[in-house]
Design a protein around this ligand. Structure first.
Ligand code: GDP
Ligand code: IMO
Ligand code: MG
Length: 431
C-alpha cells in the first residue's frame, strides 16, 4: 500500500488526526499536503492532549518521518512555536524526522493583516464575513497564484527575499492605507522579521517531492494527511464559504509531487453528526437544545480559534458528494459516542429545495441555504459505548445507525470512533 490519503469528508474537524494516529503503526512517512495553521488537529494520549496546526501529528510516533509538503502554507513564527512547544513536551524533532518543502509558500505578516482587515471590512459593510481563522491563509494562497509569493527556499537567500517583499509591498501598501486605513509596512522590517527564523528553519528545508518519490521507490508506506474537509475545498466546497486550498484528495497529488497512480486508498473521515465553524450554509444545523447537547458532549469548540462549532445531524447528501469528489474508498466514522443518550437520531437523506427533491449537493450556496433536510429518524441508545472495541458489541441501535450511514454513503465504514482517547476506536473488516 504505497500511499494512503486521510481526507475530511465534511466541513473540517472530523477527527482526522485521531484516525491518522491509529493508522500510523503501519506507515513510514506522514505528509501534510495543503492548508496552514488554520488547521487544528487533536490527539489525546491518556490524559495528555496534543493540538497540531502545521506539524503532522505522526511526530508523536517514533522512527516516522513527517513532511510539510509544497501544497502547504507556512508561517515561520508559527511553525517554530509549534516545534518548540512539542520539544518542551519531550517530542524529538530535528531535520531527520521533520521536513519542510522548499516549495511551500510562506505566510507573511501582511497576509495575516489583510485576512483580518478584509474580514472586518466585510462584516462592517454588511457584505458578510467568511469567518476565517484569521491566520492569513487566503491572502497567502492569493499571492501564490498571483506569482507574488515567497517560498521556504527564499529564506535561504536574504537579498532575493527582501527584493520580493519590496515588490509585493509596492502594490500592497497603497491598498493597506486606502482601503484598510493602516500604516504602510516597511519592506526591510518585514523581511528581517521573517528572515530571523531562517537559521532555525534551515535544517528542515528540503526537496520533499524528491524525498517522497525516492521513499515510494524503496517501498515505504506514506500517509497523506489532508487538512480541513471536502466541503471546504476551494473548488468543490460551499464557495465562497471555503478555505483557499484543495482539501479534497486531488490536493494530495499537486500538494506533494506524488503521482495519483501511487495513491491506493483514500480514507474519508466523518463525524456521526456534522459540525461547521465560520459562516456558510449548513442544512442540518441544529440551533436549539439538541445542537447545544452535541456541542457540550462533543466538546465542539475550535482547536485553533476556540470558537463554538455549529452542530447538526448527519448529512448523507454531503457525504455522498464528498465520497465522489474525494474518491473515498472507506469511511472512518468518529464521535459515535457523542450521540449516546439521544432518544432518537436523525439522518438527512435528501434535500427539499423549493419543493423539489434534490439528491445532489448543489453548487449554489444560496440553494444550499434554502434546503430543507428530509430526515430518516432512528431509535437512539443509552448505553455507554466508550469501552466497546468490537462492532458486534455495540448496542443494536448504534449498529443500525452506522450501517444505515454506510448504505447511504455507498462505501464501507472501516473505523468507528467511540471516545476521545487514542485507543477508543473500533476496526471493522479488512484495513
Ligand atoms: P481534525 O481537525 O479533523 O483532526 O479534528 P479536531 O482535532 O479539530 O476535532 C476533533 C475532536 O474530536 C478532537 O477534540 C478529538 O480529540 C475528538 N475526537 C476524535 N474522535 C473522537 C471520538 O470518536 N469520540 C469523541 N468523543 N471525540 C473524538
Ligand atoms: P482542520 O484541519 C474546520 C474554516 C474556517 C472558515 C473557512 C475559511 O482542523 O479540520 P481560513 O482561515 O481557512 O481562510 O477559513 O474555513 N476552516 C476550518 N474549519 N477545521 C479546519 O481545519 C478549518 N480550517 C479552516 O472556520 O469557515
Ligand atoms: Mg480541526
Amino acid at each position: 500500500m504505497p500511499a494512503t490519503i486521510i481526507v475530511g469528508a465534511q466541513w473540517g474537524d472530523e477527527g482526522k488526526a485521531k484516525v491518522l494516529d491509529a493508522l500510523m503503526p503501519d506507515m513510514d512517512i506522514v505528509v501534510r499536503y495543503q492548508g496552514g495553521s488554520n488547521a487544528g488537529h487533536t490527539v489525546v494520549v491518556g490524559t495528555e492532549r496534543y493540538a497540531f496546526h502545521l506539524v503532522p501529528s505522526g511526530i508523536l510516533h517514533d522512527r516516522k518521518v513527517c513532511v510539510i509538503a509544497n501544497g502547504c502554507v507556512v508561517e515561520p513564527v508559527e511553525l517554530m512555536k509549534e516545534i518548540d512547544a512539542l520539544r518542551a513536551r519531550g517530542v524529538r524533532i530535528d531535520g531527520s524526522n521533520l521536513l519542510l518543502s522548499e516549495r511551500a509558500h510562506l505566510v507573511m505578516p501582511y497576509h495575516r493583516l489583510t485576512d483580518q482587515m478584509s474580514e472586518k471590512r466585510k462584516e462592517s459593510s454588511g457584505e458578510g464575513k467568511i469567518g476565517t481563522t484569521g491566520r492569513g491563509i487566503g491572502p497567502c494562497y492569493v499571492d501564490k497564484v498571483a506569482r507574488s509569493g515567497l517560498r521556504a527556499i527564499d529564506l535561504l537567500r536574504p537579498d532575493y527575499f527582501l527584493l520580493r517583499v519590496t515588490q509585493r509591498l509596492a502594490e500592497l501598501n497603497p491598498l493597506l492605507t486606502a482601503v484598510y486605513g493602516v500604516e504602510p509596512l516597511d519592506p526591510k522590517k518585514v523581511a528581517d522579521e521573517v528572515l530571523a527564523f531562517a537559521p532555525r528553519l534551515k535544517p528542515f528545508i528540503a526537496d520533499t517531492a524528491a524525498y517522497l518519490n525516492g521513499a515510494l521507490a524503496q517501498g515505504k508506506a506514506l500517509l497523506l494527511e489532508g487538512a480541513q474537509g471536502s466541503l471546504l475545498d476551494i473548488d468543490h466546497g460551499t464557495y465562497p464559504f471555503v478555505t483557499s486550498s484543495n482539501a479534497t484528495s486531488g490536493g494530495a497529488t499537486t500538494g506533494t509531487g506524488i503521482s495519483p497512480r501511487k495513491i491506493t486508498l483514500a480514507v474519508g473521515v466523518a463525524k456521526a453528526y456534522v459540525t461547521r465553524v465560520g459562516s456558510g450554509p449548513f442544512p442540518t444545523e441544529l440551533t436549539e437544545k439538541v445542537g447545544e447537547g452535541l456541542r457540550q458532549r462533543g466538546v465542539e469548540f475550535g482547536t485553533t480559534t476556540g470558537r463554538p462549532r455549529r452542530c447538526g445531524w448527519f448529512d448523507a447528501v454531503g457525504i455522498r458528494y464528498a465520497v465522489e469528489v474525494s474518491g473515498i474508498d472507506a469511511i472512518a466514522l468518529t464521535k459515535l459516542d457523542v450521540l449516546t443518550g439521544e432518544p432518537e437520531v436523525k439522518l438527512c437523506v435528501t434535500y427539499d429545495i423549493g419543493g423539489r427533491r434534490v439528491e445532489r449537493f448543489p453548487c449554489d450556496h444560496q440553494a444550499l441555504a434554502a434546503a430543507t433536510p428530509i430526515y430518516e429518524t432512528m431509535p437512539g441508545w443509552n448505553e455507554s459505548i466508550e469501552s466497546v472495541r468490537s462492532f458486534a458489541k455495540l448496542p443494536p441501535a448504534a449498529r443500525n445507525f452506522v450501517k444505515r450511514i454506510e448504505e447511504l454513503a455507498g462505501v464501507p465504514i472501516r473505523y468507528v470512533g467511540v471516545g476521545r482517547t487514542r485507543d477508543a476506536m473500533i476496526r471493522r473488516g479488512k484495513k
